[in-house]
Design a protein. Structure first.
Length: 447
């Protein structure tokens, strides 16, 4: 699914389900897809509303899950003295003219709203299991619901599948969890990392009294994450739904070196305080190929048919390898073999090594750390003669920039137009160099 890009969630003001959905749409996930999620889940009368708002002068997208009666889940009421305005309701009714208070996702919890309709975690899992979702999405959504049920069950002394969520919170959480996971699939991203998580401060109103921030279920779901309890956030910054999305999606802190591809995607929370931007930032990034240190992993193969070397290579790149090289060797007893060498950033070396052991016939590998000196590089999009957008790598060499278009893009244009691939590549190189602001000799990238 992934093209090498990954996502970094920056919950400096916390994270909730609706904040993540807004950030995903801002990052390029289709609005039409998100609006259809309740339909695909079989939730009659439930709709998704997407609006552009500002949070402390930062442009962001606000997503609301609205029930048939106009109910929208609200944030937890803050009990401590605050400069924010709060009412004392957790359900908000939508206004057709859009003038109502903007609700912020309040995590559904076990005993809210008295005698209002409830849904059990087991019911929500059944909805996900029969919905038209990919296996990647379904597994994570079911796991998220089970984790949410386990956390709430531990707090309230109930079996996870018997945990009851009030109707508004249940529908809100269900859409948030499924769409929050599937949104990354829509973006073609299957690796997610996160920066330290803000949990907020103070006390919030719960069904049976006051609770300190983070609330018990959120605290359980954030076990193992690096948290931040300082800063301007007053009240509940991270909800149980936001916390469980981090748990099923994030691989932990981002790599030490990376390059941002898109860093302006913001998903808004419901409140709009004056002192800080109440929004979640989603950064789309690629590995930094200029990493000064890398790990080399090597193995020799003499019992693998050559036709299966390409699948091994693909698996290594999918695991994060920077480069994979194969050359023929003569093994013991005169057998013809292959030496396979992969390079990886230190943070990805374990994953690449596991992929090598899993997808090849080797019983072991050798690895060592090496220093690498590389030239700065960046990627630009160039329009080809047929109107196709093509990725071209620009390398800043001492004698001037060099350009190299992505081979797969060049080959696709050559097949589509019938033109020689090397001519297509030369035209794209020239266009990229003009875009870079300098004309010069077009040579390939030798790194």
């Amino acid at each position: 699914m992934s093209d090498g890009r990954f996502a970094i969630l920056d919950p400096a003001a916390g994270i909730s389900g609706d904040m993540l959905l807004g950030a995903l749409i801002a990052a390029g996930a289709p609005r039409e897809w998100l609006e259809q999620v309740p339909v695909r889940l079989g939730l009659p009368g439930v709709r998704v509303r997407i609006r552009e708002v500002e949070r402390c002068s930062v442009r962001a997208l606000k997503v609301d899950v609205v029930l048939s009666g106009g109910e929208i889940e609200r944030p937890a009421d803050l009990l401590a003295h605050s400069h924010h305005d709060h009412d004392h309701h957790q359900v908000h009714h939508d206004h057709a003219d859009g003038t109502g208070d903007e609700p912020h996702r309040r995590a559904a919890h076990t005993h809210a709203h008295g005698d209002a309709p409830h849904r059990h975690i087991g019911e929500l899992i059944a909805i996900v299991e029969r919905a038209p979702l990919s296996q990647w999405v379904r597994e994570r959504a079911v796991r998220a619901l089970r984790l949410l049920g386990e956390a709430e069950g531990r707090v309230h002394g109930q079996p996870p599948e018997h945990v009851a969520l009030h109707e508004v919170g249940a529908m809100d959480a269900l859409v948030d969890l499924v769409a929050g996971i599937e949104g990354f699939e829509r973006l073609g991203i299957d690796r997610v990392y996160n920066r330290p998580v803000a949990v907020g401060s103070g006390w919030v109103r719960a069904a049976h009294g006051a609770m300190a921030v983070p609330t018990p279920a959120t605290a359980l779901l954030l076990e193992g994450f690096e948290l931040v309890d300082e800063g301007p956030v007053d009240g509940e910054a991270t909800t149980p739904t936001g916390a469980v999305l981090l748990r099923v999606l994030s691989s932990g802190p981002p790599p030490a070196r990376w390059r941002a591809v898109a860093a302006g995607s913001w998903g808004a929370g419901g409140r709009d305080p004056e002192g800080y931007a109440n929004a979640l930032r989603l950064i789309v990034a690629t590995p930094s190929r200029e990493a000064g240190e890398l790990v080399i992993l090597v193995t020799d193969l003499d019992d693998l048919s050559p036709e299966y070397l390409d699948p091994v290579r693909e698996a290594l790149f999918a695991a994060g390898a920077l480069d994979v090289q194969v050359w023929a060797t003569q093994s013991k007893k005169g057998r013809t073999g292959f030496r396979l060498e992969a390079t990886a950033a230190p943070a990805d070396a374990e994953r690449v090594g596991e992929a090598l052991l899993r997808h090849s016939t080797t019983a072991g590998l050798r690895r060592w750390t090496a220093e690498r000196v590389t030239l700065p590089r960046r990627e630009v999009d160039v329009e080809a003669a047929d109107g196709t957008s093509v990725r071209v790598k620009i390398v800043e060499a001492p004698g001037g920039p060099r350009a190299k278009p992505e081979y797969d893009d060049v080959a696709a244009i050559a097949r589509r137009t019938g033109r020689p691939a090397h001519e297509v590549a030369r035209e794209l190189q020239g266009a990229a160099l003009r875009l870079a602001g300098r004309a010069g000799k077009t040579t390939g990238d030798s790194d």
